[in-house]
Design a protein around this ligand. Structure first.
Ligand code: ZN
Length: 155
């Protein structure tokens, strides 16, 4: 049996729908910008390939449910969601556009740079805890404006 070809338009509209699914932990960026949507795999059924930010991330189940709801509501109930753990998600997959949104939201985006305060850009900061609002972020405080902020851990 030949698997039906996935029309490029279908693949694009699925991607558009996925870009309407916001990260439950960071409601200003969507899961495509976060880099966890790795693509749409052709086949019968077609698969949405998801790489969770880290194994065991409590948000992963919620994200699955949100994607499922989105797909079902738009007639893509035959499309399946597949977890792909390798290669592992890296903060480098977060889009540049999302970096700016993170900063505005008060999260220091990932990168090779030293932690910098998303409020006043000062690099005069200190680490408060290796764990911020979620295990994939660390908690810092700015010594200049005293703002506490989360920072994405690079991994
Ligand atoms: Zn500051």
């Amino acid at each position: 049996m030949v698997a039906p070809e996935l029309e490029p338009e279908t693949s694009n509209s699925i991607l558009t729908l996925l870009s309407e699914v916001m990260d439950p932990e960071i409601p200003v960026i969507n899961i495509v910008e976060l880099g966890i949507v790795r693509g749409i795999e052709d086949g019968s059924p077609p698969n949405v390939i998801i790489t969770p930010t880290y194994v065991g991330c409590p948000a992963t189940d919620m994200i699955h449910e949100m994607i499922r709801e989105k797909l079902d509501a738009h007639g893509y109930d035959h499309v399946e969601i597949k977890n792909q753990l390798s290669p592992a998600w890296t903060t480098e997959w977060i889009t540049k556009a999302a970096h700016e949104k993170l900063r505005k939201y008060g999260i220091d985006p990932p990168g090779a740079h030293t932690p910098s305060c998303p409020r006043c850009s000062s690099t005069n900061t200190r680490l408060i805890s290796e764990f911020g609002s979620t295990p994939c972020k660390s908690l810092h405080a700015c010594k200049d404006c005293l703002e506490p902020f989360d920072r994405f851990k690079c991994h």
